[in-house]
Design a protein around this ligand. Structure first.
Ligand SMILES: [Zn+2]
Length: 114
């Protein structure tokens, strides 16, 4: 999208408004590394820069901003664990909020089930 382009208000207010930029800048990355003394925020092992992931604490997809306050440096192993757990939580939340007219959860069994 063009920078400073005029944006209409979202037609889907339930959709979080995303930051236009997803990737952290090199300066932001350096800041996180300095703050964490080059250690993973989860396992506290020294970070190998080739396998360092800069993670949004509040995910970018759900409206988390690309700012240092929302940034954390993780080793790729911990990042995989964290993102997987977040994804599961999101799926679980979606599943719980989908209810029918009686307020009962809408569960659709996969094809070929039973
Ligand atoms: Zn780690």
């Amino acid at each position: 999208m063009r920078k400073n382009a005029f944006r209409l208000p979202s037609l889907y207010p339930s959709q979080p408004r995303r930051d236009t930029r997803r990737a952290f800048t090199q300066t932001q990355k350096n800041e996180a590394l300095a703050r964490q003394k080059n250690k993973c925020a989860k396992c506290h092992k020294p970070l190998d820069l080739r396998a360092t992931r800069f993670h949004h604490k509040v995910s970018w997809a759900s409206g988390g901003r690309t700012i240092t306050k929302n940034e954390v440096a993780l080793c790729s192993k911990c990042h995989d664990i964290v993102t997987h757990a977040q994804r599961l939580k999101k799926v679980d939340k979606k599943r719980r909020t989908k209810t029918d007219v009686l307020g009962l959860p809408k569960t659709k069994l996969p094809k070929g089930y039973l």
